[in-house]
Write a protein that binds this ligand. Structure first.
Ligand code: UDP
Length: 357
């Protein structure tokens, strides 16, 4: 989005805060707690969170008319707004519909110092005395992750990961995180396998700010070991063409999340006109309109049932995928996203006026 904004005449830039392993352990706890999981966070951990935010404030050269801060990790940068001036907006990318009260209360003290906050779905709106904006995320159709690929590229990625093309492929692309329910994915697949010969691809990476991913990956590997039709792929960061190729090679795309801020992987799959089975949670429900742009599933058995329905009914699956692509074209492409951000920036300067997005 930054290059497009620059082309539109905005002097936009993107800064990234720095953190160590201890900081990411705390922010991952925040992340889980905001998604409703019980986490015990100590006073020292809250103090560390603030210390790292303050250290970043000292080291980063922040200046601009509008500071647009993303997610909980750097939320406390707003402490310097008095000194730096300008308008400040906070972007929340996660599902905060049912947060653990203590963590939300802690973060809320910072959130209310902003001029406005943007959430991905209406159900995430909060009781806060600042303006709230509903802005869904988006995908860039021309990026390596989403652009059309020649069949040879798709074939070579399948060959690289030893995935035969002679059986239907069910794929979930996700970080190895419990909230993506990777073990539930395997359980649903086991149920499907009882009646349909197919294979499962679970493609994911480990993120530097996600200390839990290695443990989860180990659990998933142990659970999948006995089954040659399950491919657990550890994909290095930045392998966008490979992820694109795996999505395009899939018969059905699965996103069995337990909580989901938006679920970009769903937009990515729908844009490729793939039939999607996804849990009816968070921002996924904006994208998958049940039985029209995909199937919204509930639980392991429900997911298996929906997967079987799509694998055994290719015409229906194709129709859902085509509707899904159109839905993404109309709602979840980067151009709509930029327009809404620009209107939001404008609205920050006109606090009393109604701005229609
Ligand atoms: N992704 C990736 N490699 C991986 C796993 C995920 O490139 O190994 C990408 C995926 O294609 C999507 C993003 O990371 O663009 C994940 O976004 P999403 O909203 O689905 O989930 P999050 O990880 O933000 O919870």
């Amino acid at each position: 989005m930054v290059p497009l904004m620059v082309q539109l005449g905005l002097d936009a830039r993107w800064n990234v805060i720095k953190g160590n392993d201890e900081f990411f352990a705390v922010t991952k706890k925040f992340h889980n707690a905001l998604h409703g999981r019980e986490e015990a966070i100590t006073r020292d951990e809250y103090a560390l969170f603030l210390e790292v935010n303050r250290k970043n404030l000292d080291e980063m050269k922040l200046h601009g008319d509008i500071m647009f801060i993303h997610d909980p990790q750097p939320v406390a940068l707003v402490e310097k707004r008095g000194e730096l001036g300008g308008k400040w907006a906070w972007r929340c990318h996660i599902d905060v519909s049912n947060p653990q009260a203590e963590v939300w209360e802690f973060l809320r003290k910072f959130v209310i110092k902003y001029d406005g906050a943007a959430f991905s779905a209406p159900s995430f709106a909060q009781t806060i005395p600042i303006r709230q904006f509903m802005v869904s995320p988006s995908i860039d159709p021309l990026s390596d992750k989403n652009r059309e690929l020649p069949q040879e590229t798709i074939d070579s990625v399948l060959a690289k990961y030893n995935i035969p093309a002679d059986k239907p492929i069910i794929t979930q692309v996700s970080r190895f995180d419990r909230l993506k329910d990777p073990v539930g994915v395997i359980q649903a697949f086991d149920l499907v396998k009882k009646s349909i010969d197919c294979q499962l691809v679970m493609a994911g990476g480990t993120a530097t700010d996600d200390p839990e991913s290695e443990v989860v990956l180990k659990e998933v590997r142990e659970r999948a070991e006995a089954n040659p039709d399950i491919h657990i792929l550890l994909i290095p960061p930045g392998s966008d063409i490979e992820i694109n190729a795996l999505q395009r090679a899939s018969t059905v795309i699965l996103q069995k999340s337990i909580k989901e801020g938006f679920g970009l992987t769903v937009s990515e799959a729908l844009w490729k006109a793939k039939p999607v089975v996804a849990s009816a949670v968070g921002g996924i429900t904006l994208q998958v309109k049940n039985k029209f742009t995909g199937l919204l599933s509930h639980g392991i058995e429900g997911t298996a049932y929906d997967l079987k329905q799509l694998l055994s009914n290719p015409e229906y699956a194709k129709w859902l995928g085509e509707n899904g692509r159109e839905h993404v074209r109309q709602n979840f492409l980067i151009t709509r996203h930029i327009k809404e951000y620009l209107l939001m920036f404008l609205a920050l300067y006109h606090p009393e006026e109604t701005i229609y997005l």
